[in-house]
Each structure stands twice: as C-alpha cells, then as structure tokens.
Design a protein around this ligand. Structure first.
Ligand code: DLL
Length: 433
C-alpha cells in the first residue's frame, strides 16, 4: 500500500514545482530567522530572490556537522523557542551532540514520513508493531512510534533490550512488524532459538531495519530465521531521524521522501553536484521543517540516486543501500561513535598516553564488541597491579558515560601500539556484515 499516493506517486513536473516552492520558502525563512545562514548568504553575496530553479540550489552554502557543533544547542533554530515540542540528539564529532528540535508540525511530518516507511514494508492499520528501537534521545524509538500511530497500527513501545521480554511479548501479542537495528534482530533470533521458540511459526512477518550498516547476507539470514520480509530504512537525526528513505516491497533501493527532504549527490572532495547514478556523498535539504531546518546538509554517507521505474508505483527517487561513509564515524550497536570522542576522553584521564587502538568485532551473537587498547605511561605501568586494574576500570566507566556503549579496555605497555608515519590507524574493524 502507498500511504500517501498524492506525494509518493507525483509526476515529475508537479514534484519539481512543489520542491521549488518549498525551497524558496525555506531559503527566505533561513535568511530572515537564522543569523548563521544570513551570514553565509551574505558572504556569498546571495539573496533569497536569487533562487529561481531547483538547480540553483548548487549556489547555496553547505551545512556540516561542525556547523551544528559550533551553533550548539539552539543556534540554528528557525522558530521561537516556545514552538519547540521535542528534542532529539545524537553524537557529534567531538562529543558535542547533534540536535534536532521539532515543532508540532515537524512531529506531524515525522509521523507521516514513518507511516510511509511502515506502509512501504506492507504495513497497515491491521498490524501490531513491536518497536524495539531505543526510546529516548535516539530518534529510532519515537520516530517509529509516531509512524505506527499515524498508520493507525497498534504499537508496542518496547525500546531496545530485555530480549526475554521481547520474545514473550512477540508471542503473546502476535506482533506482525518488528522495528529495530538489524543486528538486534539477529541477536533476538539467536536467543529465540536457544529458548526453543520457532520464530517462523509466529505472526511476525515484516521488519523495518536500519540505523546501522547491514548487508544482503544479513537480510537473508533475518528473513530465513523469522520467515519474514526484511526492509532497509534510512534516516539521520539532523534531518528528522528515521523516515528519510525506505525500501518498498520491490527491495530495490530506498525511496526518498523527496517532497520533504531534497537529496543531492556531490563529489566529497570538490562539493560539485554529481548526476544520478554516480556514487558520492549524500546531501539533504529539509523542505518543510520549522524547528531546525537545514540547507544542503552533508551527511557523509555514500550512495547514488536512481530514477528508473519502480514496480511499486511510487515515483520518488531511490538511493542505493549505503556504501559507507566519508568520515571515520563508527556505528556500534546503533550508537554513533567517533574515534576523536575516545581520544578526547583519554586526554582527560591521568596516567594514559594518547595512543590507543579501537578493535571492533561482531560477537558470536551478532552484537558488536569493542576492545579499546590504551597505552599507559611508563611510571604507571611499572606500578602495582591493583592500580592498573583501577585505571582500567576507570577508563571503562568514563567510556560508558561518554560514549553510551560498553567498551572492554586493555591496558598495554608504552610504545606497543604501532606508530604510523602518516595518518594514524586508530580503528581495526573486523566486522563482516
Ligand atoms: O540512526 C536514525 C534511524 C533510526 C535510522 C532508526 C533508521 C532506523 P543517527 O543516530 O543520527 O540516526 O545516525 C545516522 O546512521 O548517517 C548513517 O550513517 C547510519 N544509518 C542510518 N540508517 C542506516 C541504514 C539514525 N539503513 C547515521 N544503513 C546515518 C546504513 C545507516 N547506515
């Protein structure tokens, strides 16, 4: 089912007209209401009236994660603070979080975008959505929740974790749609197997999985273990959260809600726009957002766009499953982590050297495991073992509170972590996904 055919199956001319009208409106608002953008426009000698066509978007400045950091927390607000009804956040490069502030209309639109996403997987008001994305500052939980409500489905607000209870709920309430990270879906499948639960016999028959990279292999495994159809869904906090793009039943690229989020692909080195079909960095402009609208936001995600016909009847542009990122952001159990955050935290801990190595493995139960090797200062290393153990635990605690994920710390002797002549290698990612 197409949730909103008026927008999802628009013909090209009507869509472009709508996008241009929304873009012009956005540019005017940003110029009037956000000093940060006004300054960027003035530096380029641009006025909102200079935007005549969609192609003119290339004249406009980009927005980057650094810009979000520099204006934290409210510097990019485009409406009075009293209009804000909800805040969400994710990690930024140096640990300064990335903020999305939603007005009432933004929350409505988010629900709409996620209702389209669930409908893309074949969902309807007859479904029961077991939502195991984390509720809280992370956008996954509430985003999927608002979408399920808008769809008219029954939503079970599980949040992530407590797998035994998840399985009990799945059996008792006959959940039909599962929403969580793909690695958690696999973890749950393992636990179910151990508990002797045959997922294939349960009503759960569709899943909307995203927030982290996954592969066709993982899709196949999830589909086999649950006896379900598994769909890739994409989004990011800065733009709205989940609901930016989603797979339909054709499972052949993710339809972008392009009446709401205008996509471009650029060359990450030069910033030049690239044509459909060419791989590059994905950039989004929010076309309707009121709280924290963004102009040409550089996602750092790498993909390409395609406009060929899709059998589902939607005419929206599709993005390919992501190829990776142009920066060093890691996604560990769905949490975004930058090596620089770890470095920053280590600098503040006495007794350690700023030499470290992050080793990421996908454990036997499909969950990510992180080992952090940290060099300790010579004098500390020759100290009592008890002190070393104390230091080790301290680092683990600091990491847990700063990164929001558990990390196993291993202290190593000075000068044991390989030094590099060029860009130092901080991460060994052994995950085969
Ligand atoms: O992960 C929003 C989300 C929640 C998407 C639930 C899907 C489902 P952030 O925490 O801000 O937001 O992380 C955004 O995660 O820039 C990508 O690098 C990565 N990512 C998101 N979805 C996918 C996906 C949410 N389907 C960052 N495949 C993005 C690969 C993904 N990577």
């Amino acid at each position: 089912m197409i949730f909103n055919p008026e927008y999802e199956s628009m013909d090209e001319a009507a869509r472009k007209k709508l996008q241009l009208a929304r873009l012009k409106n956005l540019v005017e608002t940003l110029y009037e209401a956000v000093p940060f953008y006004r300054q960027r426009f003035d530096e380029k000698g641009l006025k909102p009236r200079d935007i005549h066509s969609l192609e003119d978007i290339a004249l406009l400045p980009f927005t980057t994660k650094d810009d979000l950091r520099d204006t934290f927390p409210y510097g990019l607000l485009a409406c009075p603070q009293a209009e804000i009804e909800e805040i969400h956040m994710s990690s930024g490069t140096t640990g300064v979080p990335v903020v999305d502030a939603y007005t009432n209309k933004d929350l409505e639109i988010w629900g709409e975008a996620m209702a389209r996403t669930l409908a893309g997987a074949g969902g309807s008001r007859n479904d029961t959505v077991q939502n195991c994305y984390g509720y809280g500052l992370f956008t996954g939980g509430l985003g999927a929740h608002y979408g399920a409500k808008k769809l008219g489905a029954n939503v079970i607000p599980m949040s992530a974790g407590n797998t035994e209870r998840q399985l009990m709920v799945m059996q008792s309430f006959g959940s039909t749609i599962l929403t969580c990270t793909p690695s958690y879906a696999l973890f749950m499948a393992e636990e179910a197997e151990e508990a002797g639960i045959d997922l294939k016999k349960l009503p759960v028959n569709k899943g909307c999985f995203g927030a982290e990279p996954w592969s066709e292999n993982m899709r196949q495994e999830i589909e086999e273990r649950y006896g379900m159809n598994a769909y890739d869904i994409y989004g990011l906090t800065e733009i709205i959260g989940p609901g930016v793009a989603f797979e339909c039943e054709a499972k052949n690229g993710l339809h972008i809600n392009e009446d709401l989020f205008y996509p471009e692909i650029i060359d990450p080195e030069t910033g030049a726009p690239l044509p459909d079909g060419e791989k590059g960095e994905l950039v989004f402009t929010t076309l309707t957002k009121e709280g924290t609208p963004l102009l040409r936001y550089r996602t750092r995600d790498v993909t390409f766009l395609r406009r060929d016909h899709c059998s589902c009847g939607r005419t929206t542009v599709r993005m390919n499953r992501l190829f990776g990122r142009t920066d060093d952001m890691l996604i560990i159990r769905g949490v975004n982590v930058f090596p620089s955050q770890i470095e920053q935290a280590l600098i503040e801990i006495e007794g350690t050297d700023p030499h470290y190595l992050i080793i990421v493995n996908r454990g036997p139960a499909h969950l990510d495991e992180v080992e952090l090797q940290v060099e300790v200062k010579k004098e500390v290393f020759s100290d009592e073992t008890r002190n070393l153990e104390e230091l080790r635990r301290k680092i683990e605690n600091v990491m847990k509170s700063k990164l929001m994920i558990g990390v196993k710390v291993k202290l190593v002797e000075p000068k044991t972590i390989e030094r590099s002549m060029g860009k130092s290698k901080r991460v060994v990612d052994n995950r085969k996904i």
